[in-house]
Design a binder for this molecule. Structure first.
Ligand SMILES: [Zn+2]
Ligand SMILES: [Zn+2]
Length: 134
């Protein structure tokens, strides 16, 4: 099965093949800033099953663990569509909201709960971590 994720204006599109290896809700402060929301939700796919087209720009930041984190966004509308961590460069995280599919798989993991907003409850996730996955 192929799915397409798109930025707000539609010029940056990403196509994935098959099912994600994991869907993860992340409450870290960097995801809160990146998304402008109180947590981020990403679907992870092997890089080999992801292709994208359209203009894009990368924002690279260092992580606390000493890696880099690259988020790719649309230069026209600013949607942060996908990202990769230097720690796991073979995996691409795709912003789940960009699939505009309310039936999309729910998170199996909730991470960085130490900075989770108190009212947020990812009860559907089987695994919960105070920081990143250990
Ligand atoms: Zn756009
Ligand atoms: Zn995060």
């Amino acid at each position: 099965m192929q799915r397409i994720a798109s930025c707000s204006c539609g010029s940056l599109k990403l196509t994935v093949d098959g099912e994600p290896t994991a869907v993860v809700a992340c409450h870290c402060l960097a995801c809160q800033r990146r998304t402008g929301s109180v947590f981020g939700v990403g679907a992870y796919f092997p890089r080999t099953r992801v292709s994208f087209s359209g203009p894009s720009r990368d924002y690279v930041r260092p992580t606390d663990a000493g890696h880099t984190f690259t988020s790719t966004f649309c230069p026209s509308c600013g949607t942060s569509l996908f990202w990769a961590s230097g720690k796991s460069p073979d995996l691409i995280g795709v912003a789940v909201g960009a699939f505009v599919d309310p039936e999309f798989a729910s998170p199996v993991r909730s991470v960085w709960e130490e900075s989770k907003h108190g009212w947020v409850d990812i009860g559907v996730a089987a695994q919960h971590f105070p920081k990143g996955r250990t």
